[in-house]
Design a protein around this ligand. Structure first.
Ligand code: TXA
Ligand code: MG
Length: 343
């Protein structure tokens, strides 16, 4: 699949939901017509296709180089759209939708048999989310159909948080990109399975475990999130994720990072540091990215990882974060990127 040109529509990120622009209308027409269009959500950019068309959905797997056994999230803008997608909405599901939709929570529910089999990768469940980004909601309203959308990166790259990231991965591989500026949260949505007797967290993300537990009580966490020997329940979590070109190591102590940076630079290596605990610690590295708190680190995490690659650093040291709130999602992505290396 190759296009002469990938169209970019630049739109106001604060667009009013009711006032659909001609850009959004055109992008929606393209999606309805079976083309792939990337669009911003509050988490990361998604690569959208008409979820009712098997043919359109197949293009997503081709464009991203995504394994076909990895199911997609279906995005909706109105609760009525659940009909036709899922067969049972439990009381927990209702409560969580009330509390967090629109927002960064993906719910896994029993799928109706109308959902295209390549969306669910043949599973009996389907992942559904109502994003809160005004551009996403306006676009989804204009589409009128549910939209299947994975993160709009090439498989194996960090998720895109700007239209430029999307363009760098997918230029000429997709029909268009709606550019609504950088995304807010910066890490993907939380994936929670509600098709089992008890809720199970598959992927920590934008809505925190604590926030979910405040609504439905204690939830269990897929053991694979902490134990590298068990196999994940969610297909996407089993793939080796993005690993930066430089060797990334997570380090608990600031002092240890200082020593490592100094030693590596003496031996002529190019060094990057991802500092997650504010601006106080000063590192004499080639590239240093600071985040003042977990939210800030999440917001710029994927852009930072891309920056380390662009700067061709040989090694990267990242400070660890407390695994609470959004820190749980950041640490999950960092552990994967570090291939489990932690000092
Ligand atoms: O924030 C997000 O969730 C972004 C934006 C675009 O919405 N999307 C996203 O999609 O991150 P993707 O495809 O990169 O990640 C979806 C995750 C994968 O790990 C996939 O395996 C899992 O959700 N998933 C989807 N359907 C599933 C199902 N029926 N059962 C278990 N896991 C499922
Ligand atoms: Mg992804």
């Amino acid at each position: 699949m190759s296009y002469k040109h990938t169209k970019i529509w630049t739109v106001d990120k604060n667009i009013e939901r009711e006032e659909c622009s001609t850009s959004i209308e055109e992008a929606a027409l393209w999606i309805k017509g079976g083309e792939l269009v990337a669009f911003p959500t509050e988490t990361v950019y998604g690569l959208g296709a008409n979820a009712l068309s098997q043919e359109a959905v197949a293009k997503i797997f081709l464009a991203k180089g995504r394994p076909s056994d990895n199911p997609l999230i279906v995005h909706i803008s109105r609760l009525e759209q659940l009909e036709g997608l899922v067969i049972d909405v439990s009381e927990d599901a209702r409560k969580l939708m009330d509390a967090f939709w629109p927002g960064a929570l993906t719910l896994i529910l029993s799928a109706s048999d109308q959902v295209a089999t390549n969306v669910t990768a043949g599973l009996s469940t389907v992942a559904v989310r109502m994003p809160s980004h005004p551009v996403a909601l306006t676009l989804l309203d204009a589409c009128g159909v549910p939209v299947a959308a994975p993160s709009a990166n090439l498989s194996g790259k960090p998720s895109p948080t700007t239209a430029t990231h999307v363009q760098r991965d997918l230029d000429k591989r997709i029909a268009g990109i709606v550019d609504g500026g950088p995304t807010g949260i910066g890490v993907e949505s939380t994936v929670l399975d509600l098709s089992l007797p008890e809720p199970v967290l598959y992927r920590p993300g934008g809505v925190t475990r604590e926030e979910i537990e405040a609504i439905v009580g204690p939830i269990s966490v897929d053991p694979a999130l902490t134990d590298t020997d068990s196999s994940p329940r969610s297909p996407g979590m089993k793939y080796t994720h993005y690993a930066p070109k430089g060797t990334l190591t997570l380090v608990r102590e600031t002092k240890k990072i200082r020593e490592l940076v100094e030693a590596d630079r003496r031996s002529g290596l190019r060094v990057g540091v991802l500092a997650t605990r504010g601006e106080r610690a000063v590192y004499e590295a080639d590239v240093v990215v600071y985040g003042k708190d977990s939210r800030h680190v999440a917001h710029s995490l994927y852009d930072s990882l891309r920056r380390f690659d662009d700067a061709e650093v040989d090694v990267i040291y990242a400070e660890t974060l407390p695994e609470e709130g959004i820190g749980m999602a950041v640490m999950n992505r960092l552990r994967k990127a570090a291939g489990g290396r932690i000092l």
